[in-house]
Ligand binder design. Structure first.
Ligand SMILES: Nc1nc2c(c(=O)[nH]1)N[C@H]1C(S)=C(S)[C@@H](COP(=O)(O)OP(=O)(O)OC[C@H]3O[C@@H](n4cnc5c(=O)[nH]c(N)nc54)[C@H](O)[C@@H]3O)O[C@H]1N2
Ligand SMILES: Nc1nc2c(c(=O)[nH]1)N[C@H]1C(S)=C(S)[C@@H](COP(=O)(O)OP(=O)(O)OC[C@H]3O[C@@H](n4cnc5c(=O)[nH]c(N)nc54)[C@H](O)[C@@H]3O)O[C@H]1N2
Ligand code: SF4
Ligand SMILES: [Mo]
Length: 707
């Protein structure tokens, strides 16, 4: 029997895996895991499917005139380093770009060693999935609390009132809120008399289980949240209590809130005034409440402003840093106060073509294609992707796909030949999860309870296999040698975990009498260890030198001004979406994970899950019947998909999941290509961004017509 934490999504569920002769015979829930408490989802079995997938690459590949050709690791790394070095020498280091995707943050070695791969190059053209995801959260955490990872987490296990906007934890299992067993935790919330209120343009799985659900117009969250703030402040219900003393700029923020055009805000969000008022009053009077918003809030034009309003709501209701409210975690490996701390920075440099600011060393991925195609100094001519599929994941993916064909060189560290990696000249396939050790460096930082768990590898790696971190080391070391730079050795990932645990809050300095955590003591706990509920930690946990929260960052004051003007202007002009223009939003399903679990037959079978959802009334006005094949068109392009009607959709809104579009020539995905679907990101717009640089992937204006 082998136990480990699942690393496929943010929920990090404990698993019990049985193995026979090098093959997985069963995967079930670990009932003794203190965080997941016996929760598991259908995706866990995909760990077996990936491991045994005949399409999974195990040897490096090079693209030739006649097709893909295997080559040795030494040759593959030599060729890659040589090409990158040539391009960087001829055109400067910024000619080499990099895009690490989402699975990097779920992979121990990628977290410890990822930055070493292109370290010697020091390119400023670094991109990642952050800017199609959680950038607003990180930017605000940096501006308000002083560190990009100081994100307050809803204390769902103790709250009485949980207000959820644009998140579907029953399908996603939580995000920036690692919350395995969300169904069980909701039952407990209701059993203690609590409420969950969900705002979403689709009546989602979560909405159906909520105490109440309200449709909200896509992009309407900023208006709703600011209206709620305005009511709470206007009616004298604000009670920030102890937080006032550790906050700067709160009076300025409240002053701005008092000046907001409340009626125009309520009109803009599409909810009834009475409902908004009731929610405001219930939230303000709840003993313990938490406001939380995720993809449907963050990944919109006003994502950062909306997330700021959420922070402010939690502050003015006195729920920040309070049990049952939202709190900072105290993980066993402390990425905030530990030696590897990277608080962040904003706007130190700008993208070359569109002049957009970096955050924490990364530029918005929405500018990647134009940086490749626009000639000039610092033009991107080479790209290295690592565990990413930006052709399906980033706005105007088709445009990016064309741009990739113009690169002088591209390498991908990935074990699938997919929509993105098919453009590479060299593919460097790493081992998969069951072949390497795991400790979740990232998601314990966002978990609703403090726990720690170490998982050793289940299977020895294949004879020719290399771990991600070894590929990074191999490339980095070769680049350093070519550039005449020194190369400092670095401890391997598991040794980094040991150091992190020893120097962490439950390590050698632990004073509660329990066994200090290090790799050896944690490895003896096959189900992980419980470190208790979230604990208040202000002001000590703040990273700003004066130990104060910045309630009204300048960037947000300006953004609030822009938003208020936009709302007032559209109220004055009576502007509304016309009946035939629809807004497109995304969707996630329990049996799918972004773009890359679609090669597991076990997850794909059954009814398709990639159709366009539309309200029956909208279908009628468009002359369409459920099941029709439709063409969806936006500014950037069009896709053809099947449409299903459902009154779970808000009128005027259509929903299509991202991560599909597996019909591209040259990919090697035998199961996925049988369920191609269409890519949502062939419709999203690379020019539509939030102030942080995050792409606005939700709320895209589209038209729908019979195909
Ligand atoms: N099964 C599964 N689990 C996953 C993933 C997966 O692909 N599949 N992906 C993982 C990743 S990388 C992430 S980041 C998380 C995301 O986790 P979540 O954010 O919980 O997941 P989504 O399903 O994207 O939820 C976004 C919700 O916002 C709604 N929405 C869209 N536009 C708006 C709007 O303007 N306002 C409001 N209020 N709502 C809106 C959508 O209808 C949707 O229900 O999930 C993680 N977990
Ligand atoms: N329209 C729209 N677009 C979205 C979203 C949305 O809600 N709507 N969600 C966005 C979000 S939240 C995210 S996180 C992004 C995800 O965007 P990406 O990170 O770009 O894409 P993934 O689908 O996660 O692709 C993961 C890739 O990593 C590979 N891989 C998996 N595990 C490993 C590993 O251990 N090592 C290596 N080297 N490779 C591995 C897979 O084969 C696959 O090629 O998509 C974003 N795009
Ligand atoms: S919810 Fe996420 S972590 Fe848990 S079993 Fe499913 S994929 Fe794995
Ligand atoms: Mo994500």
């Amino acid at each position: 029997m082998h136990t480990r934490a699942c690393n496929l999504c943010e929920a990090i569920c404990g698993l019990v895996i049985e193995e026979e002769n090098g093959r997985v015979s069963s995967i079930r829930a670990d009932t003794k895991d203190p965080l997941s408490r016996g929760h598991i989802c259908p995706k866990a079995m995909a760990l077996k499917d990936i491991h045994e997938d005949p399409d999974r690459l195990t040897r490096p590949l090079r693209r030739t005139e006649t097709g893909w050709e295997e080559l040795s690791w030494d040759d593959a790394l030599d060729v890659t380093a040589q090409k990158l070095h040539e391009i960087a020498s001829a055109h400067g280091p910024d000619a080499v770009a990099t895009y690490p995707g989402n699975p990097n943050v779920h992979n121990l070695g990628s977290m410890t060693h990822g930055s070493r791969m292109l370290g010697p190059l020091r390119t400023k053209n670094r991109f990642s999935a952050t800017s199609v995801d959680q950038l607003p959260h990180q930017l605000l955490a940096y501006l308000m609390y002083g560190h990009q990872l100081l994100v307050p987490i809803p204390d769902v296990d103790r709250t009485d009132y949980f207000l959820v906007l644009g998140a579907n934890p029953l399908a996603s299992n939580g995000s920036l809120m690692t919350v395995p067993d969300f169904p069980g935790r909701m039952k407990e919330l209701y059993a203690r008399g609590g409420k969950m209120v969900v705002l979403d343009p689709r009546r989602t799985e979560t909405a159906k289980e909520a105490t109440e659900h309200h449709f909200i117009r896509p992009g309407g969250d900023a208006a709703f949240l600011l209206a709620v703030l305005s009511i709470i402040v206007g009616e004298g219900l604000a009670r920030p209590e102890a937080l006032s003393a550790m906050t700067t700029g709160l009076d300025a923020a409240l002053g701005e809130i008092r000046g907001l055009p409340q009626t125009a805000l309520i009109d803009a969000c599409g909810l009834e005034r009475a409902t908004v008022e009731r929610i405001a009053r219930e939230l303000a009077s709840a003993k313990r409440a938490a406001v939380y918003g995720r993809m449907g809030v963050s990944v919109t034009r006003w994502g950062t402003l909306s997330q700021w309003a959420i922070q402010l709501l939690n502050i003015v209701t006195g729920n920040l840093d309070r049990p049952g409210g939202v709190l900072f975690t105290t993980p066993a490996i402390d990425l905030v106060h530990g030696p590897a701390s990277r608080p962040g920075h904003f706007g130190r440099w700008k993208s070359r073509v569109r002049d957009l600011p970096e955050f924490a060393g990364e530029l918005p991925v929405a500018v990647l294609a134009e940086e490749i195609t626009t000639p000039g100094d610092r033009q991107v001519r080479a790209l290295v992707t690592v565990a990413g599929n930006p052709v399906l994941s980033t706005p105007n993916g088709k445009n990016l796909s064309r741009a990739l064909d113009g690169l002088g060189f591209m390498a991908s560290v990935d074990f699938y030949l997919n929509e993105t990696t098919r453009h590479a000249h060299v593919i460097l396939p790493p081992t998969c999860t069951l072949e390497h050790d795991h400790y979740d460096l990232v998601f314990h930082v966002f978990a609703v309870r403090n726990t720690a768990r170490y998982s050793p590898a289940l299977f020895p790696r294949g004879e020719h296999a290399r771990h991600d971190f070894e590929i990074f080391e191999g490339l980095g070391q070769r680049l350093a040698a070519k550039m005449g730079k020194s190369w400092e050795p670095f401890p391997d990932p598991t040794a980094v975990v040991d150091l992190g645990l020893r120097f962490g809050p439950y390590g050698a300095s632990r004073t509660d009498g329990a066994t200090p955590l290090d790799l050896e003591s944690l490895a003896k706990e096959p189900h992980g260890v419980d470190l208790g509920p979230l604990m208040p930690g202000l002001p000590a946990r703040l990273f700003h030198a004066d130990k104060k929260i910045v309630a009204m960052p300048e960037l947000l004051r300006e953004e609030l001004g822009r938003f208020t003007r936009a709302v007032t202007e559209s109220a004055a002009s009576g502007a509304r979406v016309t009946t035939h223009s629809l807004l497109l939003i995304g969707r996630r399903h329990l049996r799918s994970n972004n773009s890359w679990l679609h090669n597991a037959q076990r997850l794909m079978k059954g009814p398709t899950r990639h159709e366009l959802l539309m309200h029956p009334d909208d279908a009628r006005t468009h002359g369409l019947a459920s099941g029709a094949r439709v063409r969806v068109r936006s500014r950037t392009g069009d896709v053809t998909v099947d449409m299903h009607t459902t009154d779970d959709m808000m009128k005027g809104v259509v929903s299509l999941p991202h991560g599909f579009g597996h019909d591209r020539a040259g990919a090697r995905l035998s199961v996925a290509s049988a369920y191609p679907g269409a890519s949502n990101n062939d419709l999203t717009d690379e020019t539509s961004l939030d102030v942080s640089g995050n792409a606005a992937l939700n709320g895209v204006p589209v038209t729908v017509e019979p195909a």
